[in-house]
Design a protein around this ligand. Structure first.
Ligand code: SF4
Ligand code: SF4
Length: 347
């Protein structure tokens, strides 16, 4: 059986079960926002939450990561002996699971990234399906990330008086299989039917705020390279880089060698970078091939909606809305896309 029930009052029993073998990271409330943090019990978890400030990517690809150390004069660097800890990421929204799918694609693309691969093996993904839209900035319905599809080990869906648990991998089955709190009173076909009914009700609560259909977005971008919208967002953007830091699918990084004060040894680090920062596209000789903010903004959107389709056949925007919530200049992703649509219609 791949579908089972869990009584709502047994959620803590499930967390305690997971904690026997794993560290459990889950969304928790911090003032008016939410973060992912280690929890000791279900009481600390915020199951109703708007996307956490930073997405789960920090557990796959940390903001600062030591890659190795070196000694001046040596020909080779010593690679780092990376320690990982078995960890459950609990309560992930389906859009964030889609974001992890984007990272999977990129970091496994030839040549696969060994640091990412090692971390990934230590992580178990348990999703929590959103039954209501997070807020007015989420575009998950248009981006088709509002329902669980793939990429998770276990998915939990609120079915009113109980939870439905879907085990989607061998790891998921093993973890749930030994949990005494779950109930096996239904059969897979009936539970799947119940899930279909729940999702038919759920979709009525979600509004689409993008004027472009999923299947038209790539074409819209093929026609929008010279659109006036880029000048408009370029005038407002202050190049702070918040939008890329909080994005679950942005993965650009810089490599920096830090030499110790003894001038003999040092460390090589991988650090998150942002295409929105002016120096990002500066090359030898001081040339900058994306000097204007409008060019950098356009690049960000094209990385989400056009280039990723051309290269990986996948949108790299999950519709989580984080870039809109975090933008200090009030640049809203859905407004930019709607403006592009208007401008293309007027050509
Ligand atoms: S571009 Fe914005 S809405 Fe899309 S995935 Fe990134 S942060 Fe979320
Ligand atoms: S968060 Fe807003 S102001 Fe900052 S770089 Fe991104 S678009 Fe520009």
């Amino acid at each position: 059986m791949r579908y089972v029930y869990l009584a709502k009052s047994d959620l803590d029993a499930l967390i305690q079960h997971l904690k026997k073998s794993h560290r459990v990271i889950a969304p928790v409330k911090k003032e008016n926002l939410f973060i992912l943090a280690e929890v000791q019990g279900a009481g600390e978890i915020a199951l109703k939450y708007i996307p956490t400030i930073l997405p789960p990517k920090k557990y796959f690809f940390p903001p600062v990561e030591k890659l190795g150390s070196f000694k001046m004069g040596d020909e080779k660097m010593n690679s780092v002996n990376m320690e990982t800890q078995p960890t459950v990421l609990f309560g992930l929204h389906t859009c964030d699971i889609d974001g992890i799918e984007c990272l999977e694609t990129v970091f496994h693309y030839h040549p696969a990234d060994p640091y990412y691969k090692k971390r990934r093996k230590s992580l178990v993904l348990i999703g929590y399906e959103c039954m209501f839209p997070c807020d007015e900035y989420a575009t998950c319905v248009t981006m088709d990330t509002h329902n669980p599809k793939a990429g998770y080990d276990i998915m939990i869906t609120d079915a009113g008086d109980k939870y439905i648990i879907h085990m989607n991998s061998e790891i998921g089955e093993k973890l749930i299989g030994t949990c005494l709190a779950v109930s096996r009173t239904g059969n897979d076909a009936d539970i799947k039917f119940e899930l279909r009914r729940l999702r038919e009700e759920k979709i009525k609560k979600f509004k689409t705020i993008l004027d472009t259909e999923y299947t038209e977005i790539h074409d819209l971008f093929k026609q929008s390279y010279k659109a006036p919208a880029w000048k408009d967002v370029g005038k407002r953007c202050v190049s702070c880089g918040n939008c890329t830091t909080v994005c679950p699918t942005c993965y650009c990084f810089d490599i920096q060698d830090e030499v110790e004060l003894n001038m003999e040894t040092g460390e090589r680090k991988r650090i998150w970078d942002s295409c929105q920062l002016e120096e990002f596209a500066t090359v030898a000789g001081g040339e900058n091939f994306r000097e204007e903010r409008s060019e950098r903004q356009r690049h960000r959107y094209y990385r989400k909606f056009c280039y990723s389709i051309d290269k990986y056949n996948k949108f790299f925007c999950t519709g989580c809305g984080r870039c809109t919530r975090a933008c200090v200049a009030d640049i809203k992703l859905y407004e930019t896309l709607n403006q592009l649509k208007k401008e293309t219609n007027n050509v």
